[in-house]
Design a protein around this ligand. Sequence first.
Ligand SMILES: [Mg+2]
Length: 258
Amino acid sequence: MIVVFTDLDGTLLDHETYAYDAALPALAALKARAIPLVLASSKTEAEMRPIAAAIGTDQPMIVENGAGIANMALPRGEETNHYESLRRFLQTLPQHLVGLFEGFGDWSVEEVARRTGLEPAAAALARQRRFSEPGLFSGSTEQKADFSSLLDAIGYQAVQGGRFLTLMPKTSKAERMAELIAHYRRTTTEPVRSIALGDAPNDLAMLEAADRGVIIANPAHAPLPVTERERHGFISRSQKAGPQGWNESILQLVGTGF
Ligand SMILES: [Mg+2]
């Protein structure tokens, strides 16, 4: 059994237009072979649901950059509301750290739209969070270290992205992919082989951990570094960008049975 894990923006979706038409032949080939397609993105479940419905996948989804998995029944005892825990943490900070972190939960939809560049309707979906809280930290380096160690003590981490500092569980897209591979193994007696596709540094661990990784060309970013896995032929690079590259890579891999 093959399972495909894919990033969305700049990978399956065009970096500029978010279109995926160019990938329709490969999406049809996956469907024809009953190969599950798992979407793995920094987006929220609310943002990903309409995309999953349009693409026609009903598999579990890796959401909020690996902070959580949506669309899957969780084992008992794992229904922690991480977002509530993080918001409670922010409300119970010691005096010297109060108010230094502001996140999506502190901002109105209009403010999230202004700070992210999203349209208000999209910002409203990005604000529907379940597992992680992106925001801005305005304190000193020392205050940020204090803040991070308090977060660490309650089992969370702060991950610095291009724009926001994101508070989230100590997980990643790669760890969530491993959890889902274990899940698929329980559904079949066949060996489970994984293909992962992505375009950015936050996808690299996932591409490294997959049986086959594909770096989708993204002319908007510097190319990802060449790793040992790529030198050994387990990671390849698409020639074309976004959904065009996704299409040719998937058709080639599933066509050859890799
Ligand atoms: Mg991307």
